[in-house]
Ligand binder design. Structure first.
Ligand SMILES: Cc1ncc(COP(=O)(O)O)c(C=O)c1O
Length: 405
């Protein structure tokens, strides 16, 4: 019997268009930053996301670092963020010697729990960072309201959020700064890549300078000054135009790629809903005000043991299905550079124990299924996952909320 095809977790969607734009860029022999393709990417982002300012960076990490510089974070300042996120969200803050303050996430979307934010605010708080996990928006209206009340900046880590929206607004354009990723694992990719979206004109002008090694070179290229010089702190945050050529092709195919992913996401969802209804697993909630982009399809298992068994079962069939973040609040870096703001009322609840119970549980229980535009075997993935879940139902194992006493 022939072995079934291996199914990777992700694989970028590449067409002739990406190759054509790359060759076109090579032919220009203009490979450094801010060339014609970069400008076209900026125009695409501004038009499609309806944002006044968009700057490509070499990663979302770089965009987050720029946001931290633009927010003028000083040593000891605090930024409230979820612990269930990628290291770059916190590292950008730690690099400024400011302190990431970790709070818990909501169990339905795995986004920052907006009801926990106010309790974490201190006189040192400078900003709130919302991460839109899996391309599903955090509760932005409430976050903005809290930010306005306490005079805080809002940074959106929209690494996973391109082509997703909240109340009709593109993710990354709702707060003061939005950081997007075009890393190979994302929906729209340039291998490594990112963008910073900015709403305020003055901050955008400073962002151009920070991105160009602290110089006013962009103004020089626009003919606004006759020579450029060092005017502020900064670094080299811009990507090569070659990567922008690749990215432009992807951006122009963004609707097509997203629609293909959404179809697979819907297929998984329909196939697994009965197990969520039977309370064997928990599936992601998409709030009505959110349009998501099918960045991740995940399920939450009853515990670590059942999660490991499912991952192993899929692996035995050649299917890659990874878990996700190791919570930052319990990582060595998180302990050294950040601090936890425990869940409100956690002290009186023994199962909660003053930590971040949803974050801890999710990091043990979550598994992501393969999802990419050209995935042809979603039926096989689903069949194997369903076969496993049926064995769970016979064992009487159930999903219980980490917040239940
Ligand atoms: C939430 C989040 N923020 C930031 C990043 C960093 O993105 P990049 O690899 O483009 O620097 C990632 C990458 O996976 C992410 O998931």
């Amino acid at each position: 019997m022939s072995k079934p095809t291996n199914i990777p977790f992700h694989s970028p969607s590449i067409s002739d268009k990406e190759r054509d734009y790359l060759l076109e860029c090579l032919a220009t022999r203009k490979l450094s930053g801010d060339g014609g393709f970069t400008k076209r990417c900026h125009d695409w982002l501004k038009a499609n996301l309806e944002t006044p300012h968009a700057l490509l960076t070499h990663s979302c990490t770089a965009a987050l670092e720029m946001a931290a510089l633009l927010a003028d974070l000083k040593p000891g300042d605090e930024v409230i963020m979820p612990s269930y996120t990628f290291v770059s969200t916190a590292n950008a803050v730690a690099l400024r010697q400011a302190v990431p303050v970790f709070i818990d996430v909501r169990e339905d979307t795995l986004n920052i729990d907006e009801t926990e934010i106010e309790a974490a605010i201190t006189p040192k708080t400078k900003a709130i960072c919302a991460v839109h996990y899996a391309g599903v928006a955090a509760e932005m209206d409430t976050i903005l309201k809290i930010a306005r009340k306490h005079n805080l900046l809002v940074i959106e880590d929209a690494a996973q959020g391109l082509m997703a929206s909240y109340k009709g607004r593109a993710l990354g354009t709702i707060g003061d700064f939005g950081a997007i990723s075009f890393h190979e694992t994302k929906n729209i990719v340039s291998g490594e890549g990112g963008a910073l979206l900015i709403q305020d004109d003055k901050l955008a002008l400073r962002a151009e300078i920070i991105r160009e090694k602290g110089t006013n070179r962009s103004q020089f290229f626009r003919g606004q000054i006759d020579k450029y010089t060092w005017v502020d702190i900064g670094s080299s945050y811009l990507p090569s135009d070659l990567l922008s050529a690749l990215l432009l092709a992807q951006l122009e195919r963004a609707r097509e790629i997203t629609d293909k992913r959404l179809a697979i996401w819907d297929h998984y969802r329909k196939g697994l809903q009965e197990f969520a209804d039977a309370k064997l697993i928990r599936l992601q909630t998409i709030p009505t005000e959110c349009r998501h982009n099918a960045h991740i399809f995940y399920l939450l298992l009853p515990d670590l043991e059942t999660r490991s068994a499912l991952i192993e079962g899929l692996k035995a069939e050649g299917i890659q299905a990874p878990f996700h973040y190791v919570p930052l609040h319990s990582s060595p870096g998180g302990k050294k550079f950040g601090r936890v703001s425990p869940r409100v009322g956690a002290g009186s609840n023994s199962s909660v124990g003053g930590s971040l119970p949803v974050t801890d549980a999710v990091s043990d229980r979550l598994v992501r299924l393969p999802l990419f535009a050209e995935l042809e075997h979603s039926e096989r993935v689903l069949d194997i996952a369903k076969r496993f879940l049926k064995t769970l139902s016979t064992k009487g194992v159930n999903y219980r909320s980490p917040l239940d006493t």
